[in-house]
Design a protein around this ligand. Structure first.
Ligand code: 13P
Length: 340
């Protein structure tokens, strides 16, 4: 097996998934606003140290952590670099390398993700710091006359160029085309999400092939097929069926793993939906989580920015990570979740 393929398989090892802790400075400020905490370099460091120091979660349930540029260069309060803390717990370090979604000209608020200029050099540096994998997120919005063909193609092409550059640098790309559930107005149906996700993933794999990306040396990070957050509600069974149908129609079996984003789902929904997919028969790829909010929300609330709450916050994080580990094996259950 090639090294890229080996790392990709490690990321989706049975019972493990990815912690997305790569919130940009703007996004982490929004998260800290919910607990009334000022976002400073130190508070961001303390928060990430709370998570990465939850050894029971990191050793048993988390295969890799996606970091932001500032975070991959940071160290815990005792001076141990975060990358070393992760390594000590057998977790791979990942790095968000896109520079954000920017307006696509002539397209009514749609975006294309930027960050390709200078990416080869940045990847070389991140590789030296210890990154084994990377992430790039393209954003596809649903609305009146959206998404346009232009936004799907532009984002798929950028994802493909990013993925090829990563592989050239010996870094496993996480390819993340997110069809938004929590965008405005967010009232679309699950059928619309399925149609748009199918079209998006088909275009992404077309562009990956054109760019020469090795499909056995990458991870796909898609949205689940769900209605908009203000749209008509559906059952867990329907989400699981439609999501798997969409993925089977578009994702080649040679791709080692699929690791979902949570996209504004509640913690319990994100666990329930993932678990249900594993109960629908054998799957050709590893299928797990790469959650941000759905792994962190409970720990963030329990922490509240206070040193004395670190242990309680870690317990909350361990519980959530364990629930998602069980979900990635099809063994999550609501009563286990609520028993904590
Ligand atoms: P959420 O799980 O909060 O959607 O975040 C995952 C992520 O990495 C988005 O890029």
């Amino acid at each position: 097996m090639s090294r890229l393929s080996d790392v990709a398989h490690q990321l989706v090892a049975p019972g493990k998934g990815i912690l997305a802790a790569d919130e940009s400075t703007g996004t982490i400020k929004k998260r800290f606003d919910t607990i009334g905490l000022e976002s400073t370099e130190t508070s961001r460091r303390d928060y990430r140290e709370m998570l990465f120091g939850a050894t029971e979660a990191m050793q048993n349930y988390i295969s890799g952590v996606i970091l932001f540029d500032e975070t991959i260069r940071q160290a815990g309060a005792d001076g141990t670099p975060f990358v070393e803390m992760l390594k000590a717990n057998n977790c791979l370090a990942g790095i968000k390398v896109d520079t954000g979604a920017k307006p696509l000209p002539f397209h009514n608020g749609e975006t294309v993700t930027e960050g390709l200029d200078g990416l080869r050099e940045r990847l070389a540096e991140y590789g030296k710091i210890g990154a084994a994998f990377a992430k790039w997120r393209g954003v596809i919005a649903i609305g009146e006359n959206k998404p346009s063909r232009a936004s799907i193609v532009a984002n798929a092409q950028a994802l493909a160029r990013y993925a090829a550059l990563c592989q050239e640098a010996g870094i496993v790309p996480i390819v993340e085309p997110e069809v938004l559930a929590d965008g405005a107005p967010g009232d679309h149906t699950i059928e619309t999400c399925e149609r748009v996700t199918t079209e998006t993933l088909a275009e992404v794999f077309e562009q990956l092939r054109i760019a020469g990306v090795e499909l056995d040396g990458m991870i796909l990070k898609p949205n689940m097929v769900i209605p908009g957050l203000n749209g008509p509600k559906v059952s867990v069974a329907e989400v699981a069926e439609r999501t798997l149908r969409t993925l089977k129609a578009t994702v080649p079996a040679i791709v080692p793993g699929i690791a979902f984003l949570s996209g504004g789902q509640t913690c319990e929904q994100a666990s329930a939906n993932l678990s249900a997919m594993h109960n629908l028969g054998d799957l050709p790829w590893g299928l797990t989580f790469s959650y941000g909010r759905a792994l962190q929300a409970e720990a963030l609330a329990a922490w509240g920015g206070k040193e004395e709450n670190v242990e309680a916050a870690r317990r909350a994080f361990v519980h959530r990570a364990k629930m998602n580990s069980l979900a990635s094996l099809g063994r999550w259950a609501a009563d286990l979740d609520r028993a904590a």
